[in-house]
Write a protein that binds this ligand. Structure first.
Ligand SMILES: Cc1cc2nc3c(=O)[nH]c(=O)nc-3n(C[C@H](O)[C@H](O)[C@H](O)COP(=O)(O)OP(=O)(O)OC[C@H]3O[C@@H](n4cnc5c(N)ncnc54)[C@H](O)[C@@H]3O)c2cc1C
Length: 423
């Protein structure tokens, strides 16, 4: 590591690798600092079709095609009685090859992104933690980083990108982080080997399955090597009732409430660790400040239900890279210039937020909605594939609002003005 760079990126998940790679490809001097040694485990295996475009820009489509990642063509929802909806096949509305996406093992996927960053000219350091950021007034000037051995070192950069995921180093430090009050959820998840797999194109489908009484829902994501990622999402009270901390017991109790999952894992073997997390839905009140930008989960995270996380991480990394390139070219590293992409990113996140709220509204189902408004099928599939930045996508919510209570659409500036950051 040197003492200064054009750009320092904190964290080598999808958001950080994407921003770092695109900036290095444009000739900038980029340092990418990662706390862990890759490959490392990460939750978030299911991609959505719009992920294709940032991956294409990163030059990774051929590598994805040659990988052993399971091909995903559709998503299917099950109600609390275990009744499945018709599968939503993405190619119904999109003839392009991007309609097929992948279910990835994140350790391998993230390593592929990191290797690509290295190949593109980024200096990548692993097993090195950014413990603080250097600030002068409101401006970020770089970071303090500490490797496995050796004292903390100050490293300066013209722009610092926080891509530290849920650690959200900068927004926690600056206290610009707000939890989403309607999405106080928790999750417990693990892998099963030898669980049931559907056949043909349905083999790689993501299944979203409500438990009895809608007390929670499961994801079922088929992966390579006969593995399936299975996780339950509910309120912290439901999952950790009676102060239960034994994650296997929590999972078994929830599986007992969900017949389609019970049947699918009956003959399978649970393997590896059982993970848990809580209170992961939140957002920051700004996307950039003087000398810094927030991307991916470090800016905000909604909810696992539509698998929007990796897509938004890559997309925000791409948008941030373009804004930073422009800011460096104009020698203008102010919040306004670096954050020029904020409103567009936020409008896409707002579209996802509305369908997430719809999902958690008792009585709502896409099937019922489309029975009443069949002309909106393309809109619904657009939302499910992640085509949330296209003009007119918000029209569907005017119709949905006639069936359920949805939040008003707000801009990032309006949200920031209306919310006082809490944590
Ligand atoms: C229960 C659950 C299920 C999910 N399922 C899905 C899914 O199916 N599909 C999907 O698309 N998304 C899913 N997500 C979301 C997805 O995991 C994230 O949105 C995505 O990983 C965000 O990418 P990122 O690059 O912003 O952050 P991350 O992938 O978290 O990467 C951040 C990186 O920063 C590193 N880091 C952190 N702090 C520091 C530091 N101080 N110094 C240096 N490095 C640091 C970390 O080690 C990590 O490698 C899920 C999320 C949850 C909570």
């Amino acid at each position: 590591m040197k003492g200064d760079y054009d750009i320092i990126v904190i964290g080598a998940g999808p958001a950080g690798c994407c921003a770092a790679t695109l900036l290095a490809q444009q000739g900038h001097d980029v340092l990418l600092i990662e706390k862990e040694k890759f490959p490392r485990y990460h939750v978030g295996e299911s991609l959505i079709p719009e992920t294709y475009w940032p991956l294409e820009r990163l030059g990774l489509i051929d590598e994805m095609k040659q990988s052993g990642f399971v091909k995903k063509y559709s998503v299917q929802f099950f109600n609390e009685a275990g009744k499945p909806s018709k599968p939503f096949y993405f190619h119904e509305t999109n003839p392009h090859e991007s309609a097929q996406t992948w279910q990835v093992t994140r350790a391998d996927f993230d390593l592929m992104l990191m290797n690509n960053a290295r190949r593109s000219g980024c200096e990548v350091v692993e097993a090195t933690e950014v413990c603080d950021v250097l600030m002068k007034g409101e401006q970020v000037l770089g970071v303090v980083a500490r490797g496995a051995d050796g004292p903390p070192a100050e490293i300066r950069a013209r722009v610092t990108v926080d891509a530290s995921g849920m650690h959200a180093l900068l927004s926690r430090k600056l206290k610009i982080r707000n939890p989403d009050p309607r999405l106080r959820k928790a999750s417990v998840y693990t892998f099963y080997k030898g669980a049931h797999r559907d056949e043909g194109e349905a083999e790689g489908a993501t299944l979203i399955i409500h438990s009895e009484g809608r007390s929670g829902w499961f994801w079922y994501i088929p992966l390579a090597d006969d593995m399936v990622s299975v996780g339950v999402v509910s309120s912290p009270e439901e999952l950790f009732e009676d102060g239960e901390r034994d994650r296997m017991k929590i999972l078994e109790r929830q599986i007992a409430k969900c017949a389609p999952i019970r049947e699918r894992v009956a003959a399978a073997e649970q393997t590896g660790e059982i993970h848990a997390c809580t209170d992961y839905s939140w957002r920051s009140t700004r996307v950039a400040g003087d000398g810094y930008v927030l991307v991916g989960d470090a800016f905000g995270f909604l909810d696992p239900v539509y698998s929007s996380g990796v897509f938004l991480a890559l997309k925000s990394g791409e948008m941030a890279a373009d804004a930073i390139h422009d800011a460096l070219a104009h020698n203008d590293l102010t919040a306004a210039r670096l954050g020029a992409f904020g409103e567009e990113l936020y409008s896409g996140m707002e579209a996802f937020r509305k369908i997430v709220y719809a999902f958690y509204t008792d009585g709502f189902s896409f099937g019922r909605f489309l029975k009443e408004y069949p002309e909106y099928k393309e809109h619904v599939i657009d939302l499910l594939v992640g085509n949330v930045f296209r003009p007119g996508i918000m029209d569907v919510f005017e119709k949905m609002a006639s069936q359920i209570d949805l939040p008003e659409t707000r801009t990032l500036a309006e949200t920031a003005a209306g919310e006082s950051a809490q944590t």
